[in-house]
Design a protein around this ligand. Sequence first.
Ligand code: NAD
Length: 388
Amino acid sequence: MKIGVISADIAHENRVALTPDAVRKLRKFGFEVMVQSGAGQAAYYSDDSYQAAGAMIASSGADVIANAQIITTVQDLPTTIMDSLISGQIVIGMLDPYRNTQLETYAEKGVTAFAMELLPRTLSRAQNMDVLSSQANLAGYKAVLLAANEYTRPFPMFMTSAGTVKPAKVVILGVGVAGLQAIATAKRLGAVVEASDLRPDAKEQVESLGGKWLDVPMSADEAQKAKATGGYAWIPSEQYIKDQAAVVDKAVTAADIVITTAQIPGRQAPRLVHQATIVKMKAGSVLIDMAAGTGGNVEGSVADETITTENGVRIVGASNIPSMLAAQASDFYANNLLNVITTLISTDNNNSCDNPSTNSLSININMKDEIQGALAVTHEGQVRIAKR
Ligand code: NAD
């Protein structure tokens, strides 16, 4: 049984799906692994390091596809190799399921495609497979460093003979996994942090990290709606959006750094910071829009570009921050994939990559399994997900 690793042939993507360490674990488990030459290069994993871990190196993605039963990738497969897919193969990656235009092709080819973003995150046995969390954690940390790099003053309070510096004021909008890590990182750097989220539950988390909660008034009806989503984002009313805009306007106008992380899976990111606010911000202040790749939380942000407004505000449109920490992000991602692959293995004994058993290694695709069933966007010729 062979597992393949395809090189990400996409701008701003430096991660690789499996690392040499993951290859070692899969080899112990009884798999063979074939890695496209150069796949790990941008994350500082050389072909030699994969070979030392027991992998074979293939000269092209098509070669990997011609040989592997399970194909791992970071993002969707390059269109140029879709034709090489063979019926019965499994593709596992962050396939951007709601915007993916190749799902019909996967289905027509008879491929089972697993989109890692669809993991049922509340299942405790799925937590070590949660790529959204593993990548967002790193992204939240790095977003603060990006901001610190763009900002022309220090974050912490400085008391020197040349003068005293007040701590930077940081506002974080959207306090999921990335937002919480951004709060923790900004606090560690000595900033004063304020944060807000649609989810009232986030207040306690913000405060436990030493941040100040920016409260948006919520009607009883909305509070009920927020509760009913079980801790996930809900669609806010026009009144809430108006009240939120007023709170955001006041906080962002006074801020030195703003980091926005608000996303709604499968939908356009909500617009949280408007031009009318940006024109009131101080020259030299910095906005990091982590949702720039899905429509942007910040009006005027451009994915993968940094722009300076007429009033001197730097807007960083970062669409793939985890890729900037490619080595660590690949380690986490590979561990998440290993744990998904584990669910596919039928063995007589224990199925854990850390506790390998090579007895009768075979793959068992089971749509009744709550993890596999949720991840599979195509299976047996069918597309299993509706576009949003
Ligand atoms: P995300 O990346 O989808 O979004 C980031 C944050 O933006 C979320 O907290 C969301 O509520 C917020 N947001 C969305 N629209 C907004 C708006 N209009 N205004 C303000 N904020 C807005 O989020 P995530 O980091 O993937 O986490 C989403 C949820 O999943 C959180 O509730 C998190 O606690 C939960 N989660 C649960 C588990 C688990 O149960 N094991 C694991 C990870 C995350």
